[in-house]
Design a protein around this ligand. Structure first.
Ligand code: URP
Ligand code: ZN
Ligand code: ZN
Length: 487
């Protein structure tokens, strides 16, 4: 058999295996995995390199209006290009409903935004902020049947949050139709009460954002979301977990046999609340919700990988420029409550975890693949087309140089944000060549695919249930192979 492209001599890493083999690619798919594969067309010598499934970045906000109505700085061109440079081959951003909007129309709008711009493949999660009878009875079930099989609900943000009875109604629709709900778990009343007192006392600087988003707000809401999901017996995924207590709450639910998944993000491993405490408004660059916490919480996030609490690691890329279009939309000295919420990270998500996780022995290479690609593909209905290296899967591959050292500075990135909160960090390991459906998307630091060449990914209702590793102690067991054991 001849191929369009052969990658030879590299070490293939999946969520469960690490082995030396060549990959033959034909018509955008992996057609063969073997030794001495020949090719009269394109050949990539991957000797000394790691050949990984492309990342599935399933929590990012692209060309989306926030709850406050602020448009994200990245559109589907810059967002997907930045994702690709960071080793990703699939993105799953949100089609966000705002109150009064028809869900069906929202989805149409996001298709229009993505179609002519995305350079890699994409799907959409829904955001449900207005669960009217029409949405619950017709639009949402129909959209799930059409393959929009995941959605996010919020327990905070005044214009997005749902009441508990509304969450129950939405979760029931998920259960009946085979969708999975992602939950932003923070107690809105706690945050509002603390914010009012802080602002009333003149404490308006960005650093007070972190104080207003108290840890208890997150653990209470996480527990509440779990109990609501338990009542209607449907799985949930708690996104952007930041605290030790919230992680332990999820872990206990998993130990009790509940179908609860967990996600954490780079900002909870590599940033701290003290980063927000800077002169003037600089700290706004580090404001996201939940906020970065402290070293003990960072350690708890790492433990959450090794003990199986977290199945996925996503960037929650929420890109806002440090100007009047974004962070400072309410003025150059706006109180913390009016800052645009969110940090960028779509391009650095995988290099940061590779360097600090794999490189420092905190997670295995297989765990890295599971956390950044395979598990998201499974949970969100994209596997085995995406998220793995197997015959018949899309040829979505990132070839990593595990030894390449890169000094992070905004100038090397491709998003439209203008800064990175990870400025100055040094990482070891970088995705050098990125292949999307057999097309060489990134090579030698250059983009080789056209805007609009990314495909929308049809999904089917239902999800592949990844069993959280129950009955393991909360403490780390570094010897355990997370990727193999959770399946
Ligand atoms: O601060 C954040 N995380 N902004 C993005 C929206 C969200 O809640 O994920
Ligand atoms: Zn959120
Ligand atoms: Zn988010």
């Amino acid at each position: 058999m001849d191929f369009d492209l052969v990658i030879s001599g590299g070490t293939i890493v999946t969520a469960s295996d690490t082995y030396a083999a060549d990959i033959g690619i034909l018509d955008g798919q992996i057609a063969a995995i073997g030794t001495n594969l020949a090719c009269s067309n394109r050949h990539i010598d991957a000797a000394g390199k790691l050949v990984l499934p492309g990342g599935v970045e399933a929590h990012c906000h692209i060309e989306q209006e926030s709850g406050m109505g602020i448009m994200a700085a990245d559109d589907y061109a810059s967002g997907s290009i930045s994702a690709a440079f960071g080793g990703n081959t699939t993105i799953v951003p949100f089609a966000a409903q705002h109150r009064g909007q028809s869900l069906r129309e929202v989805v149409q709008t996001y298709h229009e935004r993505a179609k002519s711009k995305a350079v890699i493949d994409y799907a959409f999660h829904l955001i449900i902020s207005d669960p009217t009878e029409q949405v619950l009875g017709q639009e949402l079930p129909a959209l799930i049947r059409d393959g929009y099989t995941s959605f996010k609900v919020f327990l905070t943000y005044p214009l997005l949050k749902l009441e508990d009875h509304e969450i129950l109604s939405v979760l029931s629709v998920a259960r009946e139709n085979g969708a999975i709900a992602m939950v932003h778990a923070e107690n809105d009343d706690i945050i509002r009460w603390l914010s009012d007192r802080l602002i009333g006392g003149g404490h308006v600087a960005p650093k007070y954002h972190a104080m207003s988003h108290a840890r208890i707000a997150e653990s209470e809401a996480s527990n509440r979301a779990i109990q609501l999901a338990r009542l209607v017996d449907t799985p949930i995924l708690i996104v952007h977990v930041s605290t030790e207590e919230a992680a332990a709450t999820i872990r206990r639910a998993q130990d009790d046999g509940l179908k609860v998944f967990g996600e954490t993000c780079p900002q909870y491993l590599f940033l701290k609340a003290e980063d927000i405490d800077q002169d003037g408004m600089e700290g706004a660059k580090f404001c996201c919700s939940p906020p970065p916490r402290d070293e003990a919480d960072q350690e708890a996030m790492w433990r959450g990988f090794s003990n199986g609490t977290f199945q996925v690691f996503h960037s929650d890329h929420a890109p806002y420029r440090f100007d009047e279009t974004g962070k400072l939309h309410a003025g150059p000295n706006a109180p913390f409550k009016k800052l645009a919420n969110g940090v960028p990270g779509i391009e650095l998500r995988m290099p940061l975890l590779f360097s600090e996780g794999v490189g420092k022995g905190r997670i295995s290479l297989n765990e890295f693949v599971a956390l950044t690609s395979t598990n998201a593909a499974k949970i969100y209905g994209l596997h085995p087309r995406k998220g793995t290296i197997a015959v018949g899967s899309d040829a979505d591959i990132a070839i990593w140089d595990p030894d390449r050292k890169v000094q992070v500075t905004y100038d090397i990135l491709h998003d439209n944000v203008g800064y990175t909160p990870y400025e100055g960090m040094e990482v070891t390991g970088w995705p050098e060549t990125v292949i999307s459906r057999g097309r060489i998307a990134i090579e030698k630091g250059e983009l080789h695919v056209q805007r609009g060449s990314g495909n929308f990914l049809e999904r089917s209702p239902g999800y592949e249930f990844i069993r959280p590793r129950n009955n393991l102690p909360l403490e780390t067991n570094p010897e355990t192979n997370f990727g193999a054991k959770i399946l």
